[in-house]
Design a protein around this ligand. Structure first.
Ligand code: NAD
Ligand code: MG
Length: 395
């Protein structure tokens, strides 16, 4: 019986994780849940999964939850705030930390899990995008285990040999006959929208992803392909490669979740229905297979698979990600921070869809961050980029 901490339990990944747990009641128990503020959802989760602890970041929500749990005679104890969360993930009872808090807010607790040597199921992208070197170093130094939940990285991982998988952070991918990685992406809801119409697209249209049902931030990132840019950066850190080792390929059906090319011409791919329960179940069960509750994919019903190369005019964010990675960890922090501010501004109808990438580029051009060797300097760069981006939006 593995004991889990599900961070970001009220979100899309958090809820999918709990669905997989529900399928496997004899293998997993929930020791802790954490989220920002959604009291009603997390209250129900507490009643169902009976965690020992629940953390809410927002104090008013935490006191409401405390009252509700007391009235319901629940034994779950409520903790409040980010530093209590960082302490909680390190406790000995927890085996597996599911890092599914969205954005830079998830960084600190994910690093705390690495320092405590936990098995980390990594959904949060920012730990690698903002602090790739620091995070990977912490994982290695503390013998933590890192398993990628993000569907593409999970697919790449599954397409690599078991010898590599069991100790991959210590291995050279090229020692296993790997030629390159093919990172697939759907191209999002605006893949075929005339370029001249992109500026008029609304948040509701951007959030309507053709294949995946996800949180708002990542849905907008899929529409701009910033998500693929962040994933390129993630993949470089996870598999120890440079961006030119990774070919980004648009595959609108999102059935092939990513692939690995070998030197003999073979290509290994992981396929399945676009349902995050599959990569989550893979990571929870690894190296064994467990039920996910996901529907099996039907090739005959699905029809054709299509592929195309990404167009940087349509998806300038993808180019920005490549440039930022080459400039270093500090510039990927800048890009990520600027993008969070601009996506938020777009969702609030303050800027147009096309301005997300334009303003991301402006912020990258304005800042020349110093080399960061610790988290405090990373957060300082993050804050500066956010301030510059916020001022840009106000103009
Ligand atoms: P979501 O918006 O649905 O959920 C986010 C969760 O984070 C919620 O539980 C929320 O309460 C919590 N949260 C937000 N701010 C917080 C804060 N300051 N402190 C603590 N908790 C906070 O997001 P999601 O779609 O589930 O994505 C979660 C992460 O997984 C993101 O980093 C995303 O990029 C990544 N991811 C998601 C998917 C997907 O299909 N949804 C796929 C791959 C990777
Ligand atoms: Mg992904």
């Amino acid at each position: 019986m593995k004991k889990l901490a599900v961070l970001g339990s009220t979100g899309s990944i958090g809820q999918s994780t709990l669905e997989v747990v529900r399928q496997n009641p004899d293998n997993f128990s929930v020791f802790a849940l954490a989220a920002y503020s959604k009291v009603e959802i997390i209250f129900q989760q507490c009643l169902e999964f009976k965690p020992t602890y629940v953390v809410l970041i927002e104090p008013q929500a935490a006191s409401e939850l405390t009252q509700m749990l007391t009235l319901a005679n629940s034994v779950t104890q409520v903790l409040v705030g980010a530093s209590e969360l960082d302490q909680l993930v390190a406790v000995a009872e927890i085996d597996v930390v599911v890092a599914a808090i969205v954005g830079g807010a998830g960084l600190s607790s994910t690093l705390a899990a690495a320092r405590a040597g936990k098995t980390i199921l990594l959904a949060n992208k920012e730990a690698l995008v903002m602090s790739g070197q620091i995070f990977i170093d912490q994982v290695k130094q503390n013998n933590a285990k890192l398993l990628p939940v993000d569907s593409e990285h999970n697919a790449i991982f599954q397409s690599l040999p078991l010898d590599y998988q069991t100790d991959y952070l210590q291995q050279q991918i090229t020692d296993f006959g790997v030629h390159s990685i093919i990172l697939t992406g759907s191209g999002g809801p605006f893949l075929n929208t005339p370029l001249t119409e992109l500026a008029t697209k609304t948040p509701a249209q951007a959030c309507k992803h053709p294949n995946w049902s996800m949180g708002q931030k990542i849905s907008v990132d899929s529409a701009t392909m910033m998500n693929k840019g962040l994933e390129l950066i993630e993949a470089c850190w996870l598999f120890g490669v440079e961006p030119d080792f990774i070919e980004v390929l648009i595959h609108p059906q999102s059935v092939i979740h990513s692939m690995v090319r070998y030197i003999d011409g073979s290509i290994m791919a992981q396929l399945g229905a676009p349902d995050m329960k599959t990569p989550i179940a893979h990571c929870l069960g690894f190296p064994e297979r467990i039920y996910s509750g996901s529907e099996h994919f039907d090739f005959v019903k699905a029809g054709q698979f299509e592929f195309q190369a990404p167009d940087f005019n349509r998806f300038p964010n993808l180019k920005l990600a490549q440039i930022a990675f080459k400039a270093g960890q500090e510039m990927t922090t800048v890009l990520n921070a600027a993008n969070e501010i601009h996506v938020e501004a777009f969702l609030n109808n303050q800027i147009k869809f096309t301005q997300i990438a334009e303003l991301n580029q402006t912020v990258m051009e304005k800042l020349q961050p110093n080399k960061a060797t610790d988290l405090a300097s990373i957060f300082a760069i993050d804050q500066e980029a956010r301030a510059v981006a916020t001022a840009g939006v106000a103009r």
